[in-house]
Design a protein around this ligand. Structure first.
Ligand code: AMP
Ligand code: MG
Length: 489
């Protein structure tokens, strides 16, 4: 199984093409008229072992799909999904997997073009993407990465030179997405419904080999896979909650088996702390509100468990019992990771019985004073107590003394506590109003300078540099109230 170096430094080894053909269709990208590189992620390119010089020359053609590098075997993946609770057959309707690239460290990653034309799974769609949403995905995925949260990455955005028709005509673009895989909960739902037990088993073995190689093959593999995904997702969702990230469309087709965040359409970061915060214009019922994310993740994982039942155990009652037990663990795991993260945000190095209440009491005050989530923790970290709106709360003094007491009880020297807080509380997040500002400059004026500076600042959110100060102002209440993000179009 050798790989050869081809255009721009790809080293392909396409294991997905060795899976049963019901799981995908070979499909070439549809060429575009005038591809132009709009953004390239040089740091990621370097990490992947790609040649920056060759990318500059050939990147537009290769990352638009106009030129297919030797060794790439483009395909569209089949999957299904519960979208807002309703089960549908889906698949890559506007994305194409160019193949799997092996990076210099031996890591296997999917290279996917998003917005690359119609596929057999396009249904009524045009297979294309608009520039704004692709740049948005670039910013958000790189921001999550900077925050230390597992996520798919963005290698580049190419402007196609063509327009896409949405509510208005918009410039078209293609995003190159890099993922540890694109296996989703929905991939397993597809296999269970349209593939049968044999396909399902092959998919299980594939996912285990690719993401959880420590799991032994044989009896119990599917259950072990389920448990591993539950653990990874519990960790991931806790990280989202801890930074106030709202995904916006947690459908089962947008939840990965690897535990990476994926598909950033109508996502946004919360400003004022409120569990009911929802930004997505299509989420009218608030199904995917901030505070609902953990429960929704649990619900999605129950759908994964359901899909896996036929391969969990030959006896259906035993399979159901084992699956249920695994899914029940999610809540406990999530709570544990969340509390662990919250302790770090408050500089608490050891566990204490009262920790959870201490956190909850702070969150209640934050909600009642409409305190900015990120800045409250940032100001606590910096000791800027007088600037915090939460400090106006009637219970603040009492809470603050309790917290300080707790800090001193663990360590007379609070230096370590503040260091822990600094590495746990970002000084900067991609705030919606700034994201929109830099997107507007890029899309309407072709000016990428602000966007690039912003992405640069988001690379080190725990650095607390003076440049980051400019990005940390929350929006005025007016702007905040009217803010909505739209589904990936
Ligand atoms: P998303 O909301 O991006 O997670 O997409 C949900 C489903 O709709 C996926 O199967 C996509 O491939 C498909 N889809 C979204 N936009 C388009 C489009 N413009 N053309 C074809 N399929 C699309
Ligand atoms: Mg999706």
């Amino acid at each position: 199984m050798g790989t050869i170096r081809t255009a721009i430094g790809w080293k392909w080894d396409n294991s997905y093409t060795r899976l049963p053909e019901t799981l995908y269709r070979m499909q070439l990208p549809t060429p575009v008229s005038h591809p132009q590189l709009a953004l390239v992620n040089n740091a990621l390119a370097e990490q992947l072992g790609l040649s920056i010089e060759e990318l500059e020359v050939d990147g537009a053609d290769i990352l638009s799909g106009n030129k297919i590098a030797e060794g790439s075997e483009p395909l569209a993946q089949a999957y299904a999904g519960h979208q807002f609770g309703h089960f549908t057959m889906l698949g890559d309707g506007r994305a194409i997997l160019l193949g799997e690239h092996i990076d210099p460290s031996g890591r296997r990653v999917d290279i996917q073009l998003k917005g690359s034309g119609r596929t057999p799974y396009s249904r009524g769609g045009d297979g294309r993407a608009a520039l704004g949403p692709m740049l948005r995905e670039y910013i958000i995925s790189e921001a999550l990465h900077g925050l230390g949260i597992p996520t798919t990455r963005s290698l580049a955005v190419v402007e196609t030179g063509e327009e896409v028709l949405r509510e208005t005509r918009l410039p078209g673009a293609i995003l190159t997405r890099v993922a540890s895989s694109h296996l989703r909960v929905g991939t397993f739902q597809y296999a269970a419904n349209w593939g049968g037990a044999d396909v399902l088993q092959q998919l299980v073995d594939y996912a285990v080999q690719r993401h959880y190689p420590d799991i032994k093959s044989g009896e119990g593999t599917a259950l072990a896979l389920l448990q591993a995904v539950i653990e990874q997702q519990a960790k991931l969702i806790a990280k989202w909650q801890l930074v106030g990230f709202i995904h916006g469309v947690m459908n089962t087709d947008n939840m990965t088996i690897s535990g990476e965040s994926i598909d950033f359409g109508p996502c946004a970061f919360m400003n004022s702390y409120d569990p009911e915060t929802v930004f997505s214009s299509i989420d009218t019922g608030g199904r995917y509100a901030y505070g609902n994310q953990p429960q929704i993740a649990g619900w999605n994982l129950a759908r994964l468990a359901e899909a896996l039942l036929p391969v969990i155990h030959p006896d259906s009652t035993t399979a159901l019992e084992q699956a249920q037990e695994a899914v029940m663990e999610f809540g406990k795991l999530y709570e544990r990771y969340w509390l662990q993260g919250m302790r770090a945000k408050l500089g608490l190095q050891h566990e204490d019985q009262g920790d959870e209440q201490l956190v909850i009491d702070l969150l209640v005050m934050m909600q009642e004073t409409k305190a900015d989530y990120t800045n409250t923790f940032r100001d606590l970290t910096l000791g800027h107590i007088e600037e915090m709106s939460v400090a106006k709360h009637k219970d603040w003094e009492a809470w603050h003394s309790r917290w300080e007491e707790r800090l001193h009880a663990q360590d007379a020297d609070t230096k370590r506590a503040y260091e822990l807080m600094r590495s746990s509380n970002p000084a900067i997040i991609p705030r919606n109003h700034i994201v929109e500002e830099v997107l507007e400059a890029a899309v309407k004026q072709g000016n990428y300078e602000q966007l690039e500076q912003f992405v640069e600042a988001l690379q080190s959110p725990y650095a607390y540099t003076s440049e980051q100060q400019a990005y940390s102002e929350p929006p005025s209440e007016q702007v905040e109230c009217g803010y909505q993000t739209y589904c990936g179009t």
